[in-house]
Design a protein around this ligand. Structure first.
Ligand SMILES: Cc1cc2nc3c(=O)[nH]c(=O)nc-3n(C[C@H](O)[C@H](O)[C@H](O)COP(=O)(O)OP(=O)(O)OC[C@H]3O[C@@H](n4cnc5c(N)ncnc54)[C@H](O)[C@@H]3O)c2cc1C
Length: 439
């Protein structure tokens, strides 16, 4: 699958900065321009980033607010949206050219994921495809050449999905090295037993990237050792009768399902081991900062969607004979939320330039600190934006048809995943401020 921007949709470039070609009502045109400015004017995009943004906007145009509202209300995965992206090669965003991918960098992926959320899909839209893009990254770096050439072209083409990643367990969330799921070598196989919780998208995935202990925690010198990474074929696991799953009822991102998983006597071939036995935790950490940065970008997009909806509503809704947006009690919180979202966006985008090598040195600790600060600031900014959007809507703020209540639920979730705000601060406290480690 080719790099979607090279020969996918070059026409969209010509639309950059353009207004609505259909509606010539001048006021509406002004409103459209202002709306685009709300999120486009604070960061100067590279040519490639503009192409990504425009291509994603083209895809998102076909999926309006009603579509996302229905997915949430009916707890329905957004298959049509995800298929559209998969068909256009976006699952291969981070897969190199030689395996049919787009070979994009974090600098472009932050734009892609921010835009998906900002277009109205919110955090759940980004979550719907996040795993499909990120779970192939360890395979690219650590997978055998055989595995890569067999699997990655199909992932790039959108024919195979590795949407699920299983690390968290009932007794190991933030303290992830305490996982107890065991993988024991038996000739040319591993036998896996254990339990996972909160594994997202198992129902829409062909494979799960599973973290299991090959050496118990008690027997390793360092707790980060003895954990291995496996690529598990889900259909085979179900066929063996060695995997049971149960959906977790939840309030946010209701269209993207998360599961509890029980693994009992699951046999996987030795080739299912990704990278080196016992080194899986480090392999996982390898791409973590960049992934965290992209999640921050998803929070930014969510915050922008909330502010967009609220600013539109504030301009239209009249109370006491004038638009509520004329009141500073409505205007200032929105302006403040916008400023906070855009400030977080600056850190996300400047860090993305650093990790993509286009702006200075890539120092691991510095990038780790920036990625954690980005996630912390972006999630908080999204939460404040969504809360303000609900308040702006008055009673309608909790009515499903105005969408901001959904954004609010999702914004709350962003403060918990993929790591909690506290754990992001722990990193900064220890690595940047030199304070004692508490985790
Ligand atoms: C919708 C959803 C989807 C998810 N998808 C996946 C997935 O696909 N794959 C996967 O592996 N996991 C997934 N997770 C799990 C997620 O990564 C964890 O929920 C998260 O890491 C927090 O772990 P926990 O829930 O066990 O909280 P705990 O670790 O039990 O923490 C509880 C609270 O204590 C605080 N706390 C704990 N220790 C400290 C400390 N030292 N200092 C300060 N505060 C502390 C935490 O910040 C938190 O507020 C998902 C979770 C959710 C809710």
């Amino acid at each position: 699958m080719p790099w979607p921007l090279r020969d996918g949709r070059p026409a969209s470039l010509h639309r950059a900065g353009g207004g609505d070609p259909v509606d010539c009502h001048s006021l509406l045109r002004t409103a459209t321009t202002v709306k685009a400015m709300r999120r486009d004017d604070t960061v100067v995009l590279t040519e490639q980033q503009r192409l990504v943004r425009n291509s994603i906007r083209d895809v998102c145009e076909s999926f309006d607010a009603a579509y996302w509202r229905e997915c949430d209300a009916e707890e329905r995965y957004p298959h049509a949206f995800v298929d559209e992206l998969a068909d256009h090669g976006w699952f291969g965003a981070l897969i190199p050219d030689e395996y049919g991918g787009a070979g994009m960098t974090t600098e472009e992926v932050v734009v892609m994921m921010e835009e998906i959320a900002a277009c109205g899909g919110g955090f759940s839209a980004a979550q719907a495809i996040h795993g499909a893009i990120y779970n192939s990254v360890p395979l690219v770096t650590y997978g055998s050449e055989e595995l890569k050439s067999e699997l990655l072209p199909d992932v790039s083409a959108g024919d195979v999905s590795i949407q699920a990643f299983g690390l968290t367990e009932p007794n190991a969330g933030s303290d992830s090295t305490s996982i107890e799921t065991r993988a024991v070598r038996d000739d040319d196989e591993y036998v896996i037993d254990g339990q996972k919780i909160w594994t997202s998208r198992v129902d829409v995935s062909d494979y799960v990237l599973l973290m299991a202990r090959t050496t118990p925690k008690a027997d390793v010198e360092k707790r980060t050792r003895g954990i291995s990474m496996f690529l598990v074929d889900l259909e085979d696991a179900f066929d063996q009768g060695a995997l049971e799953i149960e959906r977790i009822e939840k309030t946010a991102s209701r269209g993207v399902h998360a599961f509890e998983m029980w693994l009992e006597g699951l046999r996987v071939p030795a080739e299912a081991l990704v990278g080196e036995e016992g080194n899986g935790f480090y392999q996982m950490l390898d791409g973590l900062n960049e992934e965290r940065l992209v999640i921050a970008a998803e929070c930014i997009g969510l915050g922008e969607a909330a502010i967009d909806a609220a600013a539109d509503y504030a301009a239209e809704r009249e109370v006491f004979g004038r638009p509520i947006g004329a009141n500073q009690a409505i205007q200032h919180p929105l302006a403040e939320a916008h400023a906070r979202v855009q400030a977080a966006k600056q850190l996300v985008y400047s860090t993305a330039s650093v990790v993509s090598g286009s702006d200075g040195e890539d120092d691991a600790t510095d990038v780790g600190a920036r990625a954690n600060m980005s996630k912390f600031l972006a999630a908080d900014a999204a939460y404040e934006a969504a809360d303000t959007a609900v308040q702006t809507h008055g009673g309608f703020g909790v009515a499903r048809e105005y969408d901001v209540e959904r954004y609010f639920r999702e914004a709350r979730l962003t403060r918990l995943v993929p790591i909690t705000q506290e754990l992001a601060l722990n990193y900064v406290g220890e690595k940047v401020l030199g304070l004692p480690r508490s985790y």
